[in-house]
Every structure is written in structure tokens, then in C-alpha cells.
Design a protein around this ligand. Structure first.
Ligand code: CP
Length: 316
């Protein structure tokens, strides 16, 4: 595997999920693979789960890890090719990525969108420039428009907890005080459209995801109708794609509560975390036995380990 930026980098989803579950069963079986090799993790934005789970996955594979909080610790990076660099950016990504690749066999990059310029964000420039100039495998730790390690984790978690061969999975928008990226819902939708599930997206009007991600999902503005018979409820806030980056609603009637969960087929509750308690989801749901958010976060290790393993083995 040369890059892990989206579901399109995975030819066989069930095989990658099975590989991640093998890693979970025997975490140290491939400790030799990363010997004398280094993973560089570059964070343009904050992280708890992605940073620690990817480090743990790398340790399980015998990799050394170097982490840099780019915006705090390094030079300001210019991303545009051909830029006249007489502003505040001291180094071009062309040199920075190539130099980091002198020290690291694999590079991970996290870079969120600005949510001001849709065309710019959807070009996914930062991760793209690292792929272009690093010349070593690059793994997305969440880009402007996708979060594939999270989505692989979500698929692993659904596979572990499903009680029927083709479960009903509902991605529901939920309120939030801040404007958040579309990366998690975009990516989740993209992966669910490739998975063996009945996939429904529920959101208020104006929160439509780009059709490239929504794909063949059933889309509804009626959350309660969507919850009926669901096996998995995946809650997430996102800002509007059409009215780009805007908050169009903070309607608490979209929060996930116990009464709505009663409409489901004893559904498991999922969220990528971090989550705003009693805004996105009520305590009564996230603290219930049907909440699998901690197990889901635990699976971040196995998703990262399966991807890094394939990169080390040079397997697609
Ligand atoms: N879900 C997730 O990516 O968590 P962090 O932002 O804490 O890494």
C-alpha cells in the first residue's frame, strides 16, 4: 500500500477488516516488520485518539515514531506550487516533505479544512502535496475532507458487533455549538457505501453531503423515521456543504436520546469522539450498555496497525 487517503486505496474491504482483527488477536505477531524503520506523524491540528492509537499501532509493529505538531513546532509551510514566498511562510512543502522522507519510511499527516473556501478545502491540498513531494507512503490522519482511519475503525467495530449479515446503519447529524468539518461523515458514507450494510443518512435540510460521498445512501430529514429498525446509530455533527462551513441549525431535537434509541432494533450507539455530552448525545445513551464508543476508539489501534503493516509489507 503506497497511500491510505480514502476507501479508494483499499481494493478488498473485508480482507483489510480481517487483517485488522488478526492484529487485534495477536498484536505483536509482526513486531519484526518495522525494525530500524521510522513513522513520522505530522499534526497541523489537535488530536487525542489518532495520535496515540497510531503511535501504539506503530510500536506493535516495531516502528520508531517521531511526532511533530507542525503549526507549533515547525516553520510555517507554503503549500502552493509557484508561490512567491515573501509572506509569513518560511518553508515550502516541496522541501519539507522531501526532507521528512529522508528521516521516515512512512509519513502520517493530519490537516483540517479552513471551512471558508469550499473549492480550496475540497482540493485536499495539504495531504496531496505530501503525497506528491514525500516519495514515501503517506497515511491520512484526517484530511480536509476525509478521515479514513476512523472509517476503517468504524467498519471493524460494526463487523464485530453486528447481529445480522446486513445490518441497518444510520448516520445521523446532531447539533453542536461549533462549525465542524464534513470529513468524518464524508468518509463514513464513502466506506458504508462499499460495505454490506443498508445505509441511511439523516440530517436537517441544508446539510446534504456532496453526492460523491453520499452515493447510494437513503437520505432523509426525518430522524425518527431513520432510527426505526436501525442496528447501529452513528451520531456526528457537521457544518453545511452547500452553505459552506455554516451552522444552519442547533436544533436540540436532533440530539440522540433514549426515546429515539427505543425506536431502533436495540441499536448500538457509535461516535468517533470527542463528543459534546448532552448536546450531540444524552448521558443516558452514551453511558448505556448499547454505547460502544470506547470499544470503537480502542479499535483505532487495529485499523492503524493493519494499514501500517500493509505499507511495511508493500502490499495493496
Ligand atoms: N476521532 C478522532 O480522530 O479523534 P482525535 O481527533 O482525538 O484524534
Amino acid at each position: 500500500m503506497k497511500q491510505f487517503l480514502s476507501v479508494h486505496d483499499v481494493p478488498d474491504l473485508p480482507a483489510l477488516v480481517a487483517e485488522a482483527l488478526d492484529c487485534k488477536k495477536n498484536p505483536l505477531a509482526h513486531k519484526h516488520l518495522g525494525r530500524n524503520k521510522t513513522l513520522g506523524l505530522l499534526f497541523f491540528n489537535a488530536s487525542l485518539r489518532t495520535r496515540l492509537s497510531t503511535q501504539r499501532a506503530a510500536q506493535n509493529l516495531g516502528l520508531d515514531v517521531m511526532v511533530m505538531n507542525v503549526t507549533q513546532d515547525s516553520w510555517g509551510l507554503e503549500m502552493k506550487d509557484g508561490a512567491v514566498m515573501d509572506g509569513d511562510k518560511a518553508e515550502h512543502v516541496k522541501e519539507a516533505a522531501a526532507v521528512i522522507a529522508q528521516y521516515c519510511e512512512i509519513i502520517g499527516v493530519r490537516s483540517f479544512p479552513g471551512l471558508a473556501d469550499r473549492d480550496l478545502d475540497y482540493r485536499d491540498e495539504v495531504i496531496g502535496q505530501f503525497v506528491k513531494y514525500a516519495g514515501v507512503p503517506v497515511v491520512s490522519l484526517e484530511s480536509a475532507i476525509r478521515h479514513p482511519l476512523q472509517s476503517l475503525t468504524d467498519l471493524i467495530t460494526i463487523e464485530e458487533h453486528k447481529t445480522k449479515s446486513r445490518p441497518k446503519v444510520v448516520l445521523t447529524w446532531a447539533p453542536h455549538p461549533k462549525a465542524l468539518p464534513q470529513a468524518v461523515p464524508n468518509s463514513f458514507a464513502e466506506w458504508m457505501n462499499r460495505a454490506d450494510v443498508d445505509f441511511v443518512i439523516a440530517h436537517p435540510e441544508g446539510y446534504e453531503l456532496h453526492e460523491q460521498f453520499a452515493g447510494n445512501a437513503v437520505v432523509t430529514h426525518n430522524q425518527r423515521e431513520a432510527f426505526a429498525g436501525a442496528d447501529f446509530i452513528y451520531a456526528k455533527n457537521w457544518s453545511s456543504y452547500t452553505h459552506y462551513g455554516q451552522i444552519l441549525s442547533k436544533d436540540r431535537d436532533w440530539s440522540v436520546d433514549a426515546a429515539k434509541m427505543q425506536l431502533t432494533h436495540n441499536a448500538k450507539f457509535m461516535h468517533c469522539l470527542p463528543v459534546r455530552r448532552n448536546v450531540v448525545v444524552m448521558d443516558e445513551v452514551i453511558d448505556s450498555p448499547n454505547s460502544i464508543v470506547i470499544k470503537q476508539a480502542g479499535n483505532r489501534v487495529w485499523a492503524a496497525q493493519a494499514v501500517l503493516k500493509r505499507m511495511l509489507e508493500n502490499k495493496s
